[in-house]
Every structure is written in C-alpha cells, then in structure tokens.
Write a protein that binds this ligand. Structure first.
Ligand code: GDP
Ligand code: MG
Length: 394
C-alpha cells in the first residue's frame, strides 16, 4: 500500500499517447516501478496494464487501464490504452478528460502517423499540456535523438502546442523498468515525473478567461427572484457583474445580484465552485437546463459547429448502415438535447459504423458549446455516435 496520504494532494489526470509499439505501456509500468521504491505507488506490471478491462462509456466499448500513483507533489490518475482504436474512442468520447498528455515517441522510428493523429486529437479535445518522452534512447545514438527532438518540437508547433516550453525527456522505459540506474534508465523516468510536477500547472482550473457556467438547475426564491445553480467552468464571477444567459436561441441580459456557496453569500466565486446565482429581472420560465451563464458579451451563440465524431460499430450497438450528409438526429450533451443535422466533409462520401472523423453540426437552435464539449447522437434512444466539439463556426 502506498504510504503517502493522497487525499491531501492535488489530483491530476494524465495519459500516455503515441504510435503503437513506441513504449507507452512499458513507460506506464516503469513509472509505477520507480515510484513504488518510495512507497508512492503500487507497482503495476506491463501485463496487468496491457490486459486493460473493457469498460462502457456512453454506450461504446473502451479498453483503458487506469493506473494511480503519487509524486511528492500530487496524485496522478494515468490512462493507458492498448490499441490505436481505443485511443480514438477514449479521446473522442471525452472519457478520460486528461489535463495533460505524455506523448511517447520511439527514437528509432521518430514521429509516425499515430503520433500525429493522437496529438491532433489531443488538441481537438482541449488537452492543454503535452510533455514528450523520447523513448528507446538505449538503441540509438545521440545524433538521432537530437533529430527526433527537432522533429517533435516542430510537431508540437504544428498543432499549436508550446513548442519551446514543453519538456522533452529522453530515456528508455524498458531500462527504467529493469531498474537500470544509468542516465537512460530510472533517472529518465524520474526526470519525466519532475517535469510533470513542474510543467502541468497546479491548478488546471482556468480563472483568467471570462466566466462561464452551464445551468444545472433553477428555482424561484419568493420575494427575491430566480436562482440558477451550476458549477463554474472557468473564470471568476463577482457580485453585480453583467451576464448573458444563453441557449436554445435566447440571449437574455442580466446581472448577478447575489452569489451563494453553500447557502452563504460571497462577493466572488471561481472556476470549480458550485454556486447558486440570483439573476436580476429573470423569469423562471426563461431558464432552461443546458443554458449557459456567461460574462456579458464574452460568448458567441451559433448553431454551427465542427466536431470530431465516432460512429459506433454494430457490435457496440451502433448503426448497421453508413451515414451520409444531411443525417438528422437528436444530439445529447450534458443535461440537454436538441435536434441536430450532421454533414460530412465535402470530400467524404459517407462514414461507416466504426469510422471517425471531422463533421459539421447544424443545431435546430443557437447554443453555446465550447471546444472539447462531448456529446452523443441517439436514434430512438440508442447511442449511435459519440463526439466532441472542435470548433465554433459562424
Ligand atoms: P505501446 O504499444 O506504445 O504500449 O508499446 P509497448 O510498451 O508495448 O512497447 C513495445 C515494444 O517496445 C515492447 O517489445 C517493449 O519491450 C519495447 N520497448 C519499450 N520501451 C523500450 C525501450 O526503452 N527500449 C527498447 N529497446 N525497447 C523498448
Ligand atoms: Mg500499449
């Protein structure tokens, strides 16, 4: 049993991504092995990780191992998937919700197609921090490693990641797993863990952007007015701030007359706080679950979005037939749903069950959706697709 008290530490969701056979699972096992020495993890063997149990998320089957470990600073929940298709399903369904990804690249291969595809998906689903582990340093010389470093920095920059600041750690997961004390062995995994502690901000909550809160619930307080309840997704709310209540085609101007946390009035509340907000002049019948309370004029409401979508296979309960443009069904996200039309890229004739790719969404009414927001498509109450918003279109 790990000795440390993980409950006192900040929690962080991470995962290994990258091309098949580049060493993701070996690295995951090596991390637990290295930390087990200090009582910060239970050692989880390669085989235990690789035979990840099947789980059902939003109707689809995902194979993913969830490994927990601690550094001196915080607790990590680490996701490793067995195959490429599992990564695609895991990331597009929003099942892992990683705060940061460890992109593993084998030095002898360099970046490969799935290296790019996983990084693209990471960007699309809104993973903000990527660290690179250049693996298999034991079988190449230093010049090769330098080349891979340059290629990886270029790749990060291609996808809009912090190409100069992102940590690039070079080592050998296999050597570390074998307990090799030389530079490419155990110390390389320790360097990766130090970089994770340092590079991933301690509070991943975004408190600098304009505030945003999805409405979970609303009720009337006699003599006072309408209170909306939710968890602030980002930003800071202050009493008397102007706000827009948006969704289902409506944009209602209002003011935050009072903010309460645990039934106590507070002058302000920040991302992560669960709050009740009294809205000036708001009628209860104007409020619908799924609307968003946003800082005044900070968000655009539209019915056009770009999304990455995965169509479930027949064996996952999905469709039997392919999907063509103008496919119309009910879309579900969070606590709300709306009629939606899906159009494929013009170059794409159809999508088969089991396919994934980018599509265009047209909602029946204007909504506010944010990048990385997961949704499902259902036909007669059966989930046939899972997706994630990648872009707001006008
Ligand atoms: P994954 O598909 O990305 O999870 O890759 P695995 O962790 O399954 O590793 C694929 C293969 O590469 C296995 O045979 C590993 O033993 C081997 N491997 C992993 N890391 C290293 C390393 O640092 N050096 C060498 N030489 N082989 C490695
Ligand atoms: Mg693996």
């Amino acid at each position: 049993k790990p000795k440390s008290d993980v409950t006192e530490k900040k929690h962080c969701n991470v995962g290994t991504i990258g091309h098949v056979d580049h060493g993701k699972t070996t690295l995951t096992a090596a991390i637990t092995k290295v930390l087990a020495k200090d009582g910060l993890a239970n050692y989880v063997s390669y085989d235990e990780i690789d035979k990840a149990p099947e789980e059902k998320a939003r109707g689809i089957t995902i194979n993913a191992a969830h490994v927990g470990y601690s550094t001196k600073l915080r607790h990590y929940a680490h996701t490793d998937c067995p195959g490429h298709a599992d990564y695609v399903r895991n990331m597009i369904s929003g099942a892992s919700q990683m705060d940061a990804a460890i992109l593993v690249v084998a030095a002898d291969d360099g970046p490969m197609p799935q290296t790019r595809e996983h990084l693209l998906l990471a960007k699309q689903v809104g993973i903000r921090y990527v660290l690179v582990f250049i693996n298999k340093a034991d079988i190449v010389n230093d010049e090769i490693i330098e080349l891979v470093e340059i290629e990886m920095r270029e790749l990060l920059s291609d996808f809009g990641y912090d190409s100069d600041g992102a940590p690039l750690i070079c080592g050998s997961a296999l050597r570390a797993l074998q307990g090799d004390p030389s530079e490419h062995g155990v110390p390389s995994v320790q360097r990766l863990l130090d970089a994770m502690d340092e590079y991933i901000p301690r509070i991943v909550r975004d408190v600098t952007s304009p505030f945003l809160m999805p409405i979970d619930n609303a009720f009337t307080v006699p003599g006072r007015g309408t209170v909306v309840v939710g968890t602030i997704k980002r930003g800071v709310m202050k009493r008397n701030d102007d706000a827009d209540l948006m969704g289902f085609g409506y944009n209602i101007k209002t003011t935050l007359s009072d903010i309460q946390i645990f039934r106590k009035s507070v002058p302000e509340a920040i991302a992560g706080d669960n709050v009740g907000v009294l809205l000036r002049g708001m009628k209860i019948r104007s409020v619908e679950t799924g609307m968003l309370l946003c800082a005044a004029r900070s968000m655009k409401m539209t019915n056009h979005y770009k999304a990455n979508i995965y169509f479930l296979t027949r064996s996952e309960g999905g469709r039997k037939k392919p999907v063509f443009s103008k496919y119309s069904q009910q879309m579900f996200s969070g606590t709300w749903n709306i009629a939606c039309r899906i159009d494929l890229e013009p170059s794409m004739h159809m999508m088969m069950p089991g396919d994934h790719g980018e599509v265009y969404l047209t909602l029946l009414e204007d909504m506010v959706m944010t990048q990385g927001q997961p949704f499902t498509i259902r036909e007669n109450n059966v989930t046939v697709a899972t997706g994630i918003v990648t872009e707001t279109l006008s």
